[in-house]
Write a protein that binds this ligand. Structure first.
Ligand code: MLC
Ligand code: AMP
Length: 504
């Protein structure tokens, strides 16, 4: 019997009483306690009738139990589908329906809002609250602490992560056991993780960064994590002395740099700081080194691929670059029109191939074919170039995407809501620079002839249907959108025009 993901990340720690999670309230969860928690949850899920391959949609606050659901899914051969806690019921309904989830695990406050969709799809609902209580855990307590791991191969699905698209419809990226395990093992080697590492974990665990990069790497190395509910600068400063490494989005680093308590002394014992999910300004890299003496290690990845490139642990960590392709990952820069590989130094679309690259989008063969070539190369939608040493620099995006504080926002999704509002002829949503979030959302509205749309009403409509982090920070009325001769909206002109709106 084998189950590569469970055996490689979880089962390998069986019987270990060493700490795995240090919690903000002082509790410590050992590897063994965590495995038992996962096994009990696996029993609950199989006893309510779930079978290998079924999807488990999970929208819960960060907690040890929430991470144990991931372990349980791996052990029972279920597909783990984590969802951002900011998603509205509208957004959730789409994910649940599209994935055909057999079980929904949500906060008890969300249960009634999801009952109808669950009933219509024949899905069951269990609850898990931030404090670790709920119907899932009530049942788990009565279950055995050991579970017979379900046989799986590396090619079997382990997780679905939804990622929005340029059409506004989210796609479920299907990740296999081998995708996740191979990337975790590569990163352990590249970043020299060991069982002596204590990772300062303040990221959410519903996206690639906090779930797969941070948690999988720690699990694969047998280390531990200070597992904080969210990024809170006071807690980071309090806990940093007890840790050896930290992973974060650039906002973590800019916020730390602007706090007087964040000093060279506080970080002197740290082994490694990693940044990703959004561009780290070269200026932030330099400021961080000047203050602390540490060179942040920047890496580049995405939902569909896990991590693709990384600056070297030992070699030159170059500010403004995302480093070199990871071992086993092939990366090429191609002409977006012809797909031909471009010479070194020229800007083109970044394509990647390797054991980390996902299997495709769930039940969307056309979208899969458009982005994942038959030869295995995935077209990332990022624009970049390489230099003669092989370092990759990301210079822009070939996709209409905003990244705010590390969260991806697809303008189309917001434009569809705005366009639907009374008195609106059309809209354009753009990302503009923001000192804290890197980029933020600006909504530009063209009213119908003679109309003056109600901007407050419009924001209310946005609030009802879209997660908070996607809301435009401001709405602006203009007479018409700039267009090229083909009639396409020239968002670059709008971005230039409004680029200083939120910068001091
Ligand atoms: C929170 N808000 C955001 C936001 N996060 N708005 C825009 N962008 C964000 N990222 C909202 C809050 O709901 C709040 O709304 C208001 O903005 C201000 O909140 P805050 O207190 O300043 O935010 P905070 O809770 O501190 O969160 C900021 C953050 C967080 C940067 C710490 O967003 C975060 O942890 N980001 C990490 C995202 C991540 O893990 N990305 C990885 C994706 S994987 P209100 O209404 O209360 O004012 C990936 C692949 C890869 O990309 O390569 O890694
Ligand atoms: P997601 O779909 O949420 O996984 O986000 C993936 C996207 O985040 C990539 O396609 C990039 O555009 C961006 N990204 C991730 N890491 C970096 C980085 N280090 N620098 C710039 N952009 C990044």
């Amino acid at each position: 019997m084998s189950n590569p993901l469970y055996d490689g990340l979880f089962g390998v720690h069986s019987g270990k009483s060493t700490p795995f999670l240090f919690l903000a309230d002082g509790r410590v969860i050992s590897h063994e306690m965590f495995l038992e928690m996962g096994a009990r949850i696996a029993h609950v899920m199989t006893r309510i009738g779930l079978a290998p391959g079924d999807r488990v949609a999970v929208q819960v606050d960060k907690s040890p139990e929430a991470l144990a659901i991931y372990a349980a899914c791996a052990q029972a051969g279920l597909v783990f589908l984590p969802l951002n806690t900011a998603y509205t019921v509208d957004e959730l309904s789409y994910f649940i329906e599209n994935s055909g989830a057999a079980l929904i695990i949500c906060d008890s406050a969300r249960r009634s809002g999801l009952t109808q969709i669950a009933q219509s799809l024949g899905a069951q609902i269990e609850t898990l609250d931030a404090n670790g209580s709920g119907t899932l855990i009530d049942q788990a307590r009565a279950m055995p602490a050991q579970f017979d791991t379900v046989n799986r191969t590396g090619d079997d699905l382990a997780a679905f992560l939804y990622t929005s698209g340029t059409t506004g419809r989210s796609k479920g990226a299907m990740l296999t056991q081998a995708n996740l395990l191979s990337n975790a093992q590569t990163l352990v080697d590249e970043w020299r993780f060991t069982d002596a590492d204590v990772l300062l974990h303040a990221l959410p665990i519903f996206h690639t960064h906090g779930l797969f990069v941070a948690s999988n790497v720690t699990l694969a190395a047998g280390g531990s994590m200070v597992f904080l509910p969210k990024f809170d600068v006071d807690q980071i400063i309090e806990w940093m002395p007890k840790t050896t490494t930290m992973m974060g989005v650039p906002t973590f680093y800019t916020r730390l740099l602007s706090d007087d308590r964040f000093t060279r002394d506080l970080t002197a014992h740290m082994r490694l700081f990693v940044s990703g999910s959004a561009p780290l300004l070269a200026e932030t890299h330099v400021q961080f080194e000047t203050l602390t003496g540490h060179r942040i290690l920047e890496r580049y990845g995405m939902t569909e691929t896990n991590m693709n490139t990384s600056n070297p642990y030992d070699g030159d960590r170059r500010a403004g670059t995302v480093g070199l392709p990871l071992p086993g990952v092939e990366l090429k820069i191609t002409d977006p029109d012809t797909g031909k590989t471009l010479p070194t130094g020229e800007i083109g679309q970044i394509e990647v191939r390797g054991p980390n690259v996902f299997k495709g989008y769930w039940q969307m063969p056309e979208k899969t074919a458009a982005e994942l070539r038959a030869d295995g190369f995935f077209i990332t939608g990022d624009l970049g170039k390489t230099d003669h040493d092989g370092y990759v620099q990301i210079v822009g995006r070939n996709k209409d995407l905003i990244i705010s504080g590390g969260y991806n926002i697809y303008p189309k999704e917001i434009e569809l809501v705005l366009d639907d509002q009374p008195g609106v002829l059309e809209s354009a949503v753009i990302g503009v620079p923001h000192p804290d979030f890197g980029e933020t959302v600006l909504g530009i509205i063209v009213p119908e002839n003679g109309q003056s749309p109600d901007l407050d009403g419009m924001m209310q409509a946005v609030r009802t249907s879209l997660a908070r982090f996607k809301h435009p920070r401001q709405l602006i009325l203009i007479d018409e959108l700039p267009r090229n001769t083909m009639g396409k909206v020239q968002k670059n002109i709008l971005r230039d025009q409004y680029r200083e709106m939120f910068t001091p």
